[in-house]
Design a protein around this ligand. Sequence first.
Ligand code: ATP
Length: 140
Amino acid sequence: KERTLAIIKPDGLFGNHSDRIKQVILDSHFNIAKETVVQLDEESAATFYAEHSSKSFFASLINYMTSGPVLVMVLEKENAVADWRHLIGPTDAREAKITDPQSIRAMCGLDLQKNCVHGSDSNKSAEREIAFFFKETSSD
Ligand code: ATP
């Protein structure tokens, strides 16, 4: 089965949205293969989001992602990467509330930055991100 990495971001945990999000995950027939709660430090958050290091919002993103613990999960199902991206909705939670009101970001997110959840954008990213949090090699 395909795997993807899901993160419930600090606003999701602070807002007590985890149980509701996990219920949506299970109702959507994902298996939660692994999960862990971590407090990212600046260095690890910057490494995770390295692709955005030149963006104007990078410092703010790192500040947000280190503002509290995150819940990291490996989700498994056929077509997991695309299906999870579909379920979370557009990056901007305000847009999600209009165009995709059933999405997780519409339910739990606030705006373009505080959007409650993360999902890997490709199989390649998924394997990199899973290895980042769970110290595997991609051949596992
Ligand atoms: P993620 O990678 O977290 O699943 P995404 O792929 O929908 O989200 P990206 O463009 O990869 O979005 O941006 C990564 C994260 O950076 C976003 O989820 C959001 O928290 C934050 N972000 C993106 N764009 C902006 C912006 N213009 N201003 C502030 N924060 C932003």
